[in-house]
Design a protein around this ligand. Structure first.
Ligand code: ARG
Length: 443
């Protein structure tokens, strides 16, 4: 009789955690494991080597999938259309790769008739939510296993010992003190000394960007040409979107551009200190926004800002395959139809500045904008415009004055001025102390 074991498809990275996951799943869940390795442009030791590691760790099979082209075309392209930045800072590096990897996990589960999909995420991060939400929305019948959330291997030495006892290859080089996740959009670095928000990130956490102080002394200009919201030429050379990302990672990285150091609100309710480097991603978003400033009609542009936040939050929270995200994508796509043109960027010692933009669809009208003799703007129309624009506020102000409302209501300075001696009373002991210290300095 053939093997009757159930199967589990595992998102495999080649690291110690997911290698242990293979054996742990076999032992504790009695399943056969099929490993799936996704190449999303991360640094790796070689895909064939990772595959051999999976097989040596006991996997029944290991699929290696080059996802880079799809990642660029279907995931990063949508992120760019949405100028996606979670909390206005983080361009969603990890959050963008999880749904794509999930799609391949679900495909593999169908191919192998697997009942389970497993991942190696801890119980504290966003990535577990992204994997599980994505998988569930793609196939609600698949059951999820998360060994790292369940097992008793609390510390790294414990895990190494367990691995050794189970014939799993244990890394010989010293493990980096950081937790790193990377792909072609960028790198996320957390843990170690970064857990103290007051500590400056050590220079060695960055690999995609050089130290701005060591960057070239000459600025470098880059021209990006877009069609329908997506760049297809860099300095006049036609390239795929993937090719442009690679080229721009080089240039921006060389000039030390793309570093982020932030406190971030995770979906699970924790604030965490995160460092990122997103050289091409940040430069592209900046250029893309500059072109939108030129081309999008004002009301669309303003409304889009809110939609961009909604998009970024949804994707951050694992809602890539949700109907909300799909609906917002349709809005974004509509805004990108005429987004063609060229943007000129200047990279210099850690900065990237937009220094020029042009488009056949530009709504910038020189005759309306100029202050010189060619001015075609109707200045006399402004009077009536302002009269109606201010009518509602005027009605309000007249009413309040007539009813004798106290002047403080109108005076922000009187309502709550800057800190003055004896004026502030704080409620908590710490608050009292802080105010006392501030007053002492002011005295
Ligand atoms: N905080 C980022 C996010 O939630 C990065 C996560 C990186 N993941 C990791 N395993 N280090 O998207």
């Amino acid at each position: 009789m053939a093997d009757q074991k159930e199967k589990a498809v595992l998102a495999y990275s080649g690291g110690l955690d997911t290698s242990c996951c293979i054996k742990w799943l076999q032992e504790n869940k009695g399943v056969d494991v099929i490993a799936v390795v996704g190449d999303v442009g991360q640094e790796h030791e070689g895909l064939e080597k990772i595959k051999q590691k999976a097989l040596k760790s006991g996997a029944l099979d290991c699929l290696v999938v080059d996802m880079r082209e799809t990642f660029a075309k279907e995931y990063l392209a949508k992120a760019l259309a949405a100028n996606a930045m979670y909390e206005n800072k983080y361009p969603l590096v990890s959050a963008l790769s999880r749904p794509l990897i999930s799609k391949h996990l679900v495909d593999a589960a169908h191919k192998f008739g697997a009942k389970y999909i497993a991942h190696g995420c801890t119980g504290k991060g966003n990535d577990q939510v992204r994997f599980e939400s994505s998988i569930t929305m793609l196939d609600p019948d698949i059951e999820i296993l998360a060994p790292v959330r369940e097992w008793e291997l609390k510390t790294r030495p414990e895990e190494m010992e367990w691995a050794q006892a189970h014939g799993i290859e244990v890394p010989t080089t010293k493990k980096s003190p950081y937790s790193i996740d990377d792909n072609l959009w960028g790198r996320a670095i957390e843990c170690g000394v970064l857990e103290d928000p007051w500590t400056e990130p050590p220079a060695d956490i960055y690999t995609m960007t050089s130290d701005p102080m060591q960057a070239p002394d000459q600025p470098e200009y880059v021209e990006l040409t877009f069609a329908r919201g997506l760049p297809y030429m860099i300095n006049g050379d036609q390239k795929s979107f993937l090719g442009i990302i690679y080229a721009l990672n080089e240039i921006a990285g060389k000039h030390g551009y793309g570093r982020i150091d932030m406190i971030e609100n995770r979906l699970v309710g924790v604030k965490s200190r995160e460092c990122y480097e997103v050289p091409a991603g940040l430069a592209l978003i900046q250029a893309h926004k500059a072109l939108e400033d030129l081309v999008l009609e004002r009301e669309v542009l303003h409304y889009k800002l809110g939609m961009e936040q909604a998009w970024a939050t949804a994707v951050y929270n694992g809602q890539w395959f949700s109907p909300l995200k799909e609906a917002i994508d349709a809005f974004m796509a509509s805004t990108q139809r005429c987004l063609s043109g060229t943007v000129r960027l200047k990279f210099y010692k850690g900065s990237c500045t937009v220094v020029g933009r042009k488009s056949a669809y530009s709504l910038y009208d020189y005759a309306l904008a100029t202050y010189d003799k060619d001015d075609a703007f109707d200045h006399t129309a402004a009077k009536g415009f302002i009269k109606l624009q201010t009518l509602s506020g005027k009605t309000w102000a007249s009413n309040r004055r007539q009813e004798g409302a106290p002047a403080e209501l109108f005076d922000a300075e009187k309502q709550q001025g800057p800190l003055k001696k004896g004026k502030y009373e704080d409620v908590t002991p710490l608050g009292k102390q802080v105010v006392a210290e501030a007053e002492a300095v002011l005295a």
